[in-house]
Design a protein around this ligand. Structure first.
Ligand SMILES: Cc1cc2nc3c(=O)[nH]c(=O)nc-3n(C[C@H](O)[C@H](O)[C@H](O)COP(=O)(O)OP(=O)(O)OC[C@H]3O[C@@H](n4cnc5c(N)ncnc54)[C@H](O)[C@@H]3O)c2cc1C
Length: 542
């Protein structure tokens, strides 16, 4: 035992808390019609706060998956081996219905409940990728009712059944999405993979994909050029009867973060695929999936932001410097409150979108229109704010924030991915413009929502007026896309905070994000704001 010094003024680990005990989340759950699901959400939140679950997340990240292209005798196997921790995380997520389960649940609010669980199950982002894709595949798959009838019950089943077998002999399935090619990711129309129709109605797929995450999934949606144009196909990893579908894994990507998730480069070597939707309508079909994964990017970003904030605030409540707890140092209070406002705005917008999604999938056209524009704009903006917030939260821990033993480093590495996936910044911003141009009802729905908050705060009323003015001028619209879409996203967040958040939170948001009485770094809130009620909402719940 060391006699050189006593260890003190280091912060106790934050464990044993309920990650769903987040005021903005809990209020959103009630508002968006998922109050009935609270016990299940809290169960997930309490699990995520256990030291065991946190350690599984760290382990899965620390020991990344390994690719085996061949077996010991030289036969191709194309398998990825994961550590047991990864499987435990997958098992937990699937058994709590964080994957495709809400598609088999008729209760209004089922998709909101799932969003809240996805947000609360924050121990490892990597396995969240296949969980998200399994959720997202279902609405796209429904474009082929026969395939949906065969596979949907297995995708929604709450059993994680890992391994390469005929999908229809398994107890539960996981799905992936394989679109990006070397010469074009955002521009999927540049895909060169081809699909040849066969007499039995199937297609033979030849080509490559530059990114395919979770390659041990049972089913993939992919895009390929068929005689009628770019089309969407479902490919099983294993064909009915048990023979492997010839999908070759070339290598796994060495990534900045998201290490527990395998992201592979693959080739289709005359692989069997089944058409989903019509030939030539591939983008329209797969967009149903992308809508859901985009929502998950927003949920994942909001979740990462909240985790980073809670860790930073926890540190500041236990660490002293210059004779005071950090949380009592005025400048640290400014930083934490500013982070808290950003995090609450993200969570509140995320929950409104989860509600819109829930109602849209049940046939509410107005909510589908709101989702169309507000989701594209929020995907752009919240996913851009995530990494910046994580950077500042990390700094609140001082040097420890930069050290792998602390979870901030992992969150920091993770968040930029959500901005790249499912429409990188520019693509998401341009998609919001496309929604305005081609689906004007989405803009009407957006302003319908925004106008509900008018009359309570002059800064907000001015922001809505100036946004409307900005939208009358279409000169250089692409050049201005980020600026305009940011305004849309910020107005969306401000309106929701004015209606639903404590006055102190909405006031700080409007003063800074709308009236621009703010610097370029976090921690530049102006004097005169009421910070105590904002900081109260950063306490971890138990
Ligand atoms: C870890 C990881 C896992 C992934 N997993 C999968 C997966 O499972 N399946 C899958 O299909 N893909 C996957 N991807 C790929 C990802 O979706 C793409 O990388 C992303 O869509 C961007 O495509 P790209 O890389 O081809 O970049 P590009 O499309 O070449 O874009 C490069 C840059 O140009 C910008 N840009 C593009 N078009 C325009 C324009 N018109 N105007 C202005 N700017 C523009 C983009 O915003 C981006 O900043 C994964 C990526 C990563 C990093």
């Amino acid at each position: 035992m060391s006699t050189t010094h006593d260890v003190f003024n280091q912060v106790p680990p934050l464990t044993g808390h309920d990650t769903s005990a987040d005021p903005a989340l809990l209020e959103g759950i009630e508002r968006e019609g998922a109050g009935w699901a609270l016990p299940g959400i809290q169960e997930v939140g309490r699990l995520a706060g256990t030291p065991e679950a946190m350690e599984l997340g760290r382990l899965a990240e620390r020991v990344p998956p390994r690719l085996h292209t061949h077996d010991r005798y030289g036969r191709r196997v194309d398998e990825v081996e994961y550590v047991p921790a990864y499987h435990r995380l997958m098992e937990t997520a699937v058994s709590h219905g964080i994957h495709a389960a809400p598609w088999a649940d008729d209760r209004p609010g089922a998709h909101v409940a799932r969003a809240a669980k996805f947000y609360s199950w924050n121990v490892d982002a990597g396995h969240g990728c296949p969980i998200s894709m399994t959720y997202a595949v279902v609405p796209a798959l429904r474009a082929n009712p026969e395939l949906a009838a065969r596979f949907e019950p297995l995708l929604t089943n709450r059993e994680y059944d890992f391994g390469l077998r005929d999908p229809e002999t398994k107890r539960g399935l996981i799905a992936g999405m394989s679109m990006t090619e070397k010469q074009g990711g955002s521009d999927v129309r540049a895909n060169t993979t081809t699909a040849r129709p066969q007499v039995d109605g199937s297609y033979r797929i030849v080509g490559h994909k530059w990114f395919t995450s979770a390659p041990m999934s049972d089913l993939f949606l992919t895009l390929a050029q068929a005689p009628g144009g770019l089309s969407c196909f479902l490919l099983p990893r294993v064909l009915p009867g048990g023979e492997a579908n010839p999908i070759r894994f070339l290598r796994l990507k060495d990534k900045l973060g998201n290490k527990s998730n395998a992201s592979s480069e693959i080739e289709y070597d005359d692989a069997v695929g089944w058409l989903v939707g019509e030939e030539g309508r591939g983008v329209k079909t797969i967009v149903e999936m992308v809508n859901m994964t985009r929502l998950d990017c927003v949920i994942g970003s909001a979740s990462g932001m909240r985790s980073a904030l809670v860790q930073a605030a926890h540190h500041a409540r236990h660490r002293s410097a210059f004779g005071k707890l950090l949380v009592d140092q005025p400048l640290m209070r400014n930083v934490l409150a500013d982070l808290a406002v950003e995090s609450e705005a993200a969570t509140t917008a995320m929950m409104r979108l989860a509600g819109a999604n829930d109602r849209a999938v049940r046939g509410d056209a107005g909510e589908a229109s709101l989702r169309r524009l507000a989701l594209a704009a929020t995907k752009y903006y919240v996913c851009k704010r995530g990494p910046v917030l994580a950077n500042e939260a990390l700094e609140c821990l001082g040097g420890n924030g930069y050290i792998e033993d602390f979870d901030l480093a992992r969150i920091y590495r993770e968040l930029p991915l959500l901005s790249i996936w499912e429409g990188s910044g520019n693509v998401a911003a341009l998609d919001a413009l496309r929604a305005i141009g081609r689906e004007p009802e989405s803009l009407d729905a957006f302003f319908g929502e925004a106008e509900l908050a008018l009359g309570a705060d002059a800064r907000y009323d001015d922001a809505v007026t100036s946004l409307k003015k900005e939208l009358t001028d279409f000169d250089d619209i692409e050049l201005r896309a980020r600026r305009l879409v940011e305004q849309i996203a910020v107005v969306f967040q401000a309106g929701l905070l004015i209606r639903h958040a404590p006055t102190a939170v909405a006031d700080a948001f409007c003063a800074t994000r709308l009236a621009r009485d703010w610097g370029s770094a976090f921690g530049t809130l102006p004097a005169g704001l009421d910070l105590a009620p904002i900081l109260e909402r950063t306490e971890p719940g138990f």
